[in-house]
Design a protein around this ligand. Structure first.
Ligand code: NAP
Ligand code: F7E
Length: 342
């Protein structure tokens, strides 16, 4: 049997790299879409030892004509659309670019698949950020969206577009509503990685202080590789549907920091309130973490906790990695990274 061909947009990102590794193991031919840039951004594929096992095509998903050429070049079976301007904070500074990629970029691909001769399955990277100010204890597939950022509004547009193309043109298109998922390959600007890298540098004497924003927001943090399997299961299912993927537990940013501090066996305490709250080293009273207003967002998503029962029931999926193990894995990886810094 010929190999199935999977197209991954955003292959240079955290999820793209892990998904490529997963699909290669399943004997797919993997084509990756990457934006051309002067510097190679393949470090994740290299870390996973798969950079030479995937075929890279330089395309920006905002450019529909290049996408059309790509779909004519390969006989694609499955598309995983992971490309996005995915950083919520910068979506407030770049709302138009964010929407062009996260909303119109998705519409570009849906239009191509609709016009294509063969049946192509489509996975869209939807997000728990769409729930925003939800007022529910746990969020599931039926929870009403209340997006709180240009990132979330653009992803909500894409989410509804996928549903609309499924209903209107019978496309095999699914939305994976994934809650935050992290790993040693997470981008350094996201809070989990910012904390593990920052504390690893402080621990090894390479940095004095880490400045962050709102430590009271809560997220349902899972491990990225567990979530990749859910993407694949979703797209394989006979009837295309949308699924929430989460752990069902949440923690605050402050609790994430406390877990890191415990692993590093640092003797610390929190003092002060509001913008003056800080984490200090008890031995010498030095500040390790302080609050900086510039990392706050114009509108915050205070807390997220997912109900993944539908995925458990219908896809036989459940998360495997605990919060404690996730934090440990990230801290240990960043200690190694910092030791190897020149
Ligand atoms: P990520 O690390 O930021 O990766 C995003 C990828 O998209 C990068 O490879 C980036 O390429 C690429 N990209 C950005 N703009 C593009 C464009 N115009 N054309 C082509 N490629 C473009 O994100 P991630 O954490 O892997 O997340 C994957 C997807 O899941 C994203 O759509 C994200 O919004 C969504 N999501 C993530 C989470 C999470 O917790 N990680 C949760 C829910 C949903 P460059 O390297 O060139 O920037
Ligand atoms: O922020 C707070 C911040 O940037 C988490 C993306 O993958 O997951 C991610 O979006 C929380 C927020 O992720 C800092 O205010 C405090 O409440 O790590 P984050 P996010 O915004 O939840 C969703 C599901 C996606 O879809 C997105 O693509 O942490 N926070 N201080 C901070 N956040 C950052 N980045 N930096 C700080 O200094």
């Amino acid at each position: 049997m010929p190999k199935k061909i999977a197209l991954i947009t955003g292959i240079s990102g955290q999820d793209g790299a892990y998904l490529a590794k997963f699909l290669l193991k399943k004997n797919y031919k993997v084509i990756g879409v990457e934006r051309r840039s002067a510097r190679s951004n393949n470090w994740r594929l290299e870390r996973l030892n798969i950079a030479n096992k995937v075929t890279i095509e330089d395309i920006d998903i905002k450019e529909i004509n290049n996408l059309i050429r790509l779909f004519n070049k390969y006989k694609i079976d499955e598309v995983y659309n992971l490309a996005a301007q995915s950083f919520v904070h910068s979506s407030f500074q770049n709302p138009i670019e964010t929407s062009q990629v996260n909303a119109i970029g998705v519409l570009n691909i849906l239009e191509i698949i609709r016009n294509h001769k063969s049946k192509i399955k489509f996975y869209q990277a939807s997000t728990s950020e769409m729930f925003g100010k939800h007022g529910k204890k746990k969020q599931d597939e039926k929870t009403i969206f209340h997006p709180r950022s240009p990132y979330a509004t653009s992803k909500t547009f894409a989410h509804y577009s996928v549903q609309n193309y499924r209903e209107s043109y019978n496309l095999h298109a699914v939305n994976g509503i994934l809650f935050n998922h992290e790993s040693p390959l997470r981008g350094e600007e996201f809070i989990t990685r910012k904390i593990t890298l920052g504390l690893a540098k402080i621990y090894l004497g390479k940095q004095k202080i880490l400045k962050i924003g709102n430590i009271y927001s809560k997220r349902d943090w899972g491990y990225a590789e567990d979530y990749i399997e859910a993407m694949w299961k979703m797209i394989q299912s006979k009837k295309p549907k949308d699924y929430v993927i989460a752990t069902g537990k949440n923690h605050s940013v402050k609790q994430f920091i406390n877990e890191c501090v415990k692993i590093l066996k640092l003797n610390t305490k929190w003092i002060g309130k509001g913008l003056n709250e800080k984490l200090i080293n008890i031995k010498n009273n030095r500040t390790l973490i302080s609050i900086d207003k510039k990392y706050f967002r114009p509108a915050e998503v205070d807390n997220l906790k997912g109900n993944y029962n539908k995925a458990k029931r219908e896809l036989k999926w459940k998360p495997k990695t605990s919060f404690k193990n996730l934090v440990k894995m990230m801290i240990e990886s960043d200690l190694e990274n910092v030791k190897n810094l020149k």
